[in-house]
Design a protein around this ligand. Structure first.
Ligand code: ATP
Ligand code: MG
Length: 510
């Protein structure tokens, strides 16, 4: 800034005032044009402020110069210097200060995660890599999160399954002692969308067929009682009966009658000394048994009998409709022989009890199976997880949260939106407990607001959620602030995870 010479003044002119003329009594060096750069600022202060008395008695205030009042270094723009490799900018410098420029420097924005776990994608703000694996974060000391459960939310086609297949299924399989179990709901060319992923990794999908020609799961599988006890078996029968009876909860009488039937069945199995496992068909005749040695009135006995029968009819309906899926012993191929196990329920009807029943039995079967094989981390993925936490089975998940953590299970629920889950339901508790959330695009304002409130996102994130591109999501773990993330896939992963092959094939032949 050009400065106009003016008379020195005795008044305490503010720092940065226009008066920068050299006073008479300044140090000698300050008078010599080139050498004055070596003069300490204190000596120059009176010269800059024009305060003579301060210079003489040495009691002047410390130098305080605002950057705007100083001319700053002049930018050189010399083509000849530039040609010789010197710094010679052609453009005038920007009128900014270092502090203003700092805010534009993304280099100082910290990476949202460390490098533990698996790569998820990149942070859209800082372009740094985001790494996270819920069980890894849970097992760290100190714990980064208090629950290993994960929620993946987003509207149709927003990229949830592509993300889940890569980040929550395939990549964690590379980690030591990790495996994955998937309940695969979406049909892709006559089979589940994870079937090709399973085959690429050398595993055979477990296919469930409504005609009974596929895999079978036994509601009474011995692993269930050995994993979660009689109480766990009771909970499962109650949940399945409730699913089969259109969400009608069991009454006190019905629960008592079911427990009595179970005890009778186990006593009978022990007495007959059979090596085969009990099945649902073995339980049915006992539902309706009435205790003889108790002081029950005839009316009470009749009520007890009827309570047992109503559970029996519900289960009978299920067995008759899905013969071959739930009757008999669990198929031999239901095992955790491979690192990836997929329960392909894509061919079972969308509505009705079959899908949630497979998920409920599968969940309890896993609990028993893992009890006998500790030391593994298992990501259990529920595609269309609403079937599991939006209905009666949520009670099972909630009751077994602690046990499943101790068995190394990380439950992953993939669903479109959360607004369908009643706030006072066990499913809502399960959702709230998830400490890792990947929220993909939400189309409806109320769904976006639900995500914002439930996971305590910043208020303006609701708007971001409604504008997310495919393959982008808002990611949050623990109490860390949420991050806008782009999911990155390798070419191999793109090939393995794309779900619009049928559409693409149609377009190619059109
Ligand atoms: N990271 C990504 N980058 C670019 N495109 C992607 C990405 N992830 C997914 N897509 C595209 O979006 C399509 C739909 O993805 P995906 O099946 O994962 O969605 P979805 O949310 O699971 O859908 P649905 O609700 O129907 O199950 C994919 O076939 C792919 O073409
Ligand atoms: Mg999907």
């Amino acid at each position: 800034m050009p400065v106009a010479p003016s008379k020195p003044s005795n008044s305490a002119a503010p720092a940065g005032a226009e008066n920068v003329d050299m006073p008479r009594r300044q140090p000698r060096l300050a008078k010599i044009p080139l050498l004055k750069m070596f003069v300490p600022p204190e000596a120059l202060a009176p010269a800059l402020t024009g305060t003579e008395s301060a210079a003489t008695d040495g009691s002047h205030a410390p130098l305080d110069v605002t950057p705007f009042s100083l001319p700053g270094s002049r930018l050189r723009s010399s083509p000849s210097a530039a040609a010789r490799g010197w710094y010679a900018p052609a453009l005038a410098g920007a009128p900014t200060t270092t502090r203003q420029a700092e805010i534009l420097n993304t280099g100082i924005i910290g990476a949202p995660t460390g490098i533990e776990g698996v790569v998820n994608g990149t942070d859209n703000l800082s372009s740094t890599m985001i790494c996270h694996d819920a069980p890894t974060a849970y097992n760290m000391t100190p714990r980064r999160i208090t629950s290993p459960n994960v929620l993946v939310l987003g509207t149709v086609g927003s990229g949830k399954s592509s993300f889940t297949k890569t980040v929550l299924v395939m990549r964690p399989l590379l980690l030591r002692n990790h495996r994955a179990v998937v309940f695969d709901k979406k049909d892709q060319g006559g089979e589940g969308e994870y079937s090709s992923v399973a085959r690429r990794l050398g595993a055979a999908p477990l296919r469930f067929d409504p005609d009974g020609s596929g895999t079978r799961l036994n509601l009474m599988d011995p692993l269930i009682a050995s994993g979660t006890g009689l109480q766990g078996q009771m909970l499962l029968i109650n949940a399945v009966a409730r699913i089969a009876r259109n969400d009608l909860p069991a009454s006190e009488w019905e629960e008592k009658a079911t427990r009595y039937a179970l005890q009778n069945l186990f006593a009978e199995m022990e007495a007959t000394d059979t090596t085969r496992a009990a099945t649902t068909a073995d339980l049915l005749p006992h539902l309706g048994d009435v205790p003889g040695d108790q002081n029950l009135s005839d009316l009470a006995k009749e009520r007890f009998h009827q309570a047992g029968l109503s559970i029996r009819f519900g289960l009978e309906n299920l067995l008759e409709t899905y013969a071959g899926v739930f009757d008999g012993e669990t198929s031999r191929n239901v095992d955790l022989a491979h690192k990836l196990t997929t329960f392909d329920v894509s061919q079972l009807p969308d509505d009705g009890p079959a899908v949630p029943t497979v998920m409920a039995i599968g969940n309890m079967w896993l609990m028993g199976r893992l009890r006998h094989e500790r030391g593994y981390i298992t990501n259990v993925v529920y595609e269309e997880g609403w079937h599991m936490i939006g209905g009666p089975s949520a009670r099972l998940v909630k009751a077994n949260q602690k046990l499943s953590r101790s068995l190394g299970i990380s439950n992953v629920f993939v669903m479109h939106k959360g607004t369908d889950i009643p706030e006072d339901s066990p499913g809502y508790t399960v959702v709230q407990e998830a400490q890792t959330v990947y929220a993909f695009r939400q189309d409806r304002d109320e769904d976006a607001r639900w995500v914002n409130q439930t996971f305590n996102f910043a208020p303006d994130t609701a708007e971001t959620l409604m504008k997310l591109e495919v393959g982008n999501c808002v990611f949050k773990y623990g109490s860390n602030p949420e991050t806008h993330m782009h999911h990155v896939r390798s070419d191999w992963e793109i090939d393995a995870t794309n779900t619009d092959e049928a559409m693409a094939a149609g377009a190619a032949t059109a």
